[in-house]
Design a protein around this ligand. Structure first.
Ligand code: CA
Length: 220
């Protein structure tokens, strides 16, 4: 974590520590950049307003140097920095201060999952192959491009193949910042069906009424 606010850095170290992670804290941009350069970290939480070197600069230089570690940037609400700029410098996600701690942890877990999805061999359910690295899935030899949210959603369903995943669980994992609007899940599941099922005359992404959704091998 690269953050000059001691209280925030400490609470993250403690919160993530409880989840089994080790957190190193850098209090200025230069030191953060130095620590992150070897690419050995699983995740980087990077404040934009930092002494020494700005978060933008750190992020841009890490990406230029080929460091692919997922980066979550923290932006200020009174925002001199806008979010587009935050993501343009090569960050994977952003969070606006002030934020609640559970929301921060949920964002980090989502980044963890995306990172894991990219490191592992392509998981499959029946003839559906998830290719997270290239943000797509494959069915019947056809490549289906996915948005980031669709990818995250499908990733969870693939990992729980044949098992019903609750709407709340999907919501928190894929939209941690809007975790109160279940309509997001319904709308995105419908969109996903139009991509992965409808064109193939398939029904692999099922609604389990009152419970959630599950992805099955519906061949045969
Ligand atoms: Ca700061």
């Amino acid at each position: 974590m690269v953050e000059d606010e001691a209280a925030l850095a400490d609470s993250l170290a403690i919160g993530r520590g409880a989840e089994g992670y080790v957190v190193d804290v850098a209090r200025d941009g230069w030191y953060g950049h130095r620590l992150a350069t070897d690419g050995s970290y699983g995740l980087i939480v990077l404040d934009l307003m930092l002494p020494g070197m700005s978060g933008h600069q750190v992020c841009r230089e890490l990406r230029t140097a080929g460091v692919a570690t997922p980066i979550l940037v923290l932006t200020a609400r009174d925002g001199v920095e806008d979010h587009t700029e935050a993501l343009d410098c090569g960050a994977d996600d952003y969070l606006t201060k002030p934020f609640s701690f559970p929301v921060l942890l949920a964002h980090l877990r989502a980044l963890d999952r995306r990172r894991t999805a990219m490191l592992e061999p392509s998981p499959t359910v029946g003839d559906l192959v998830l290719d997270g690295r290239n943000r797509r899935c494959l069915r019947a030899g056809r490549s289906i491009p996915l948005t980031d949210r669709e990818l995250a959603l499908l990733d969870i369903l693939v990992r729980h193949a044949g098992v019903t995943v609750g709407k709340d669980e999907l919501l928190l994992a894929v939209w941690p910042e809007d975790a109160e609007d279940p309509n997001l899940v319904e709308a995105r599941v419908s969109a996903l069906r139009r991509k992965i099922d409808a064109p193939f005359g398939r029904h692999s992404l099922q609604t389990i009424r009152g419970e959630g959704y599950r992805l099955i091998d519906d061949r045969s």
